[in-house]
Design a protein around this ligand. Structure first.
Ligand code: LLP
Length: 438
């Protein structure tokens, strides 16, 4: 179970995060509540940056905003020297709203629209990770409006398969992302980019998956990118100035074992770069990494209020909470394993095995399939750690549920940075209200 660095339990059995009691947070802001610990967020950002800088001085860390892009948090990460990887116009907009310079951003996506590409170029984006032929065509058209060549990296598909959930794989040949190297598509795409004459091809990118726990894969990815770069150098005389092996650094959840230290990721990546550059005679390029979950996952804890209980003798006991798949779809979508702890009082009596169910109208809305907890009472607070990444980011309004609030805690102070949605917010995009009254 990974709790934020500041999480503590009082002698009375109460959870505090950032020096603020979970029960006080729930009382003040309501539940479900996403609590982000500023010290953990900044601490992880600093540690990741320091590890990569130590291993490879010419390195840069960009935060994969898809994990959860709140302007408040992106601004904080930028203060820590962390740039931003954005997917699409919405994330670009949020990054700009956060005050992150466009030059510190990369735009990703396997089907960027012409509008999104134009917005990125008009903002002065640092790099576009080009993913497909249509995008090359669209960018070449847009280039006529540009004063200077368009800065790109090519997103390649190296055919590397990590041992992770099938829905988190992105670098196997059968993927919608990137130009496959093995089929010749990647080389043909570079030919087109070079022939177009309007691109500044800085280098190559690959992201092979998320929740990767084997550092050898980052080395393999870098090796594949450099081997491809060497062929392109021989063909076009262009050496890579930037190598981007993506993000995906695994963070332990209840099913995935221990974290690999960030130092190990960094030194493994650096060793692979050094070896590849020596082998192919490249000057040392800049190394860019794009962690999302490893930065924000452990900073987040969700607080739920316990409600109904249903005991089915000989089958199981369901304890329902006041959130579920609309704020955390990951158990339903990936079978992701979470843990939980009673957060408002000392545990009394024996533990019992229960399933923690969400409140939405879907049998699969079960947050935790089986967990041993003290007997929970209606009104108790349940804290679920490791929910900073891909929870609020993927939240929905299923059952027209207003999405939760999010609060930052630090040094005994809490600050609401995302208010709870209202029923009116949930209906805000609905048009033709007259039909409802006729
Ligand atoms: N870079 C690229 C190009 C990516 O596609 C991703 C994630 C990342 C970086 C960041 O990966 P991370 O360090 O966060 O693992 N919704 C899924 C994860 C999807 C990740 C998609 N791409 C989940 O909830 O686990």
């Amino acid at each position: 179970m990974t709790w934020p660095a500041t999480a503590e339990w009082t002698p009375g059995g109460e959870l505090t995060i950032g020096g603020v009691a979970a029960s006080a947070l729930a009382e003040r802001y309501g539940t479900p509540l996403y609590v982000f610990d500023e010290a953990t967020l900044r601490g992880r950002a600093r540690a990741i940056r320091a590890a990569f800088t130590a291993a490879w001085p010419r390195s840069r860390v960009v935060y994969a905003g898809k994990a959860y892009l709140s302007p408040t948090l992106a601004a904080m990460l930028w203060e820590e020297g962390i740039g931003l990887d954005v997917v699409g116009g919405g994330e670009l907009y949020a990054g700009l709203a956060a005050g992150v310079p466009a030059a510190a951003m990369t735009m990703h996506g396997n089907n960027k629209s012409e509008r999104e590409l134009r917005e990125a170029l008009e903002a002065g984006i640092g790099s576009i990770a080009v993913d497909n032929d249509l995008e090359i065509e669209m960018l070449a058209r847009l280039a006529t409006e540009q004063a200077s060549p368009i800065p790109i990296v090519m997103r390649l598909n190296p055919g590397i398969i990590p041992n992770t959930h099938a829905k988190m794989l992105t670098g196997a040949l059968d993927s919608k992302f990137g130009f496959p190297i093995t089929t010749g598509a990647a080389a043909a795409a570079v030919d087109r980019v070079v022939a177009a004459g309007c691109f500044d091809l800085a280098g190559y990118h690959a992201h092979v998956g998320s929740q990767v726990f084997d550092p050898a894969l980052v080395a393999e990815t870098i090796g594949a990118l450099l081997a491809f770069a060497a062929i392109m150098r021989d063909r076009h005389g262009i050496a890579p100035r930037t190598i981007v092996p993506g993000g995906g650094f695994g963070v332990a959840d209840d099913a995935s074992g221990d974290d690999v230290s960030i130092e190990t990721w960094a030194t493994t990546a650096a060793a692979a770069l050094r070896e590849g550059c020596a082998r192919y005679g490249f000057a040392e390029p800049e190394l860019v990494v794009e962690p999302g979950r490893a930065i924000i996952g452990p900073a987040g804890v969700t607080l739920y209020r316990v409600g109904a209980r249903k005991e089915i003798p000989g089958v199981r006991t369901y304890v329902s909470v006041d959130g579920g798949m609309s704020d955390n779809i990951r158990p339903a979508l990936y079978g992701a394993a979470y843990s939980a702890a009673l957060a408002n009082r000392t545990a009394e009596g024996p533990y019992e095995r229960v399933s923690i169910a969400g409140k939405y109208c879907e049998s699969g809305d079960v947050l935790i399939e089986a967990i041993d907890l003290p007997r929970l009472q209606p009104g108790d607070l349940l804290a679920v750690p490791m929910t900073g990444a891909y929870c609020l980011a993927m939240a929905s309004n299923y059952n027209l549920a207003p999405r939760p609030a999010a609060v930052l805690v630090n040094d005994g102070v809490s600050r609401l940075f995302r208010r709870r949605e209202t029923y009116a917010d949930v209906l805000a995009s609905e048009l033709l209200p007259e039909l409802a009254t006729s």
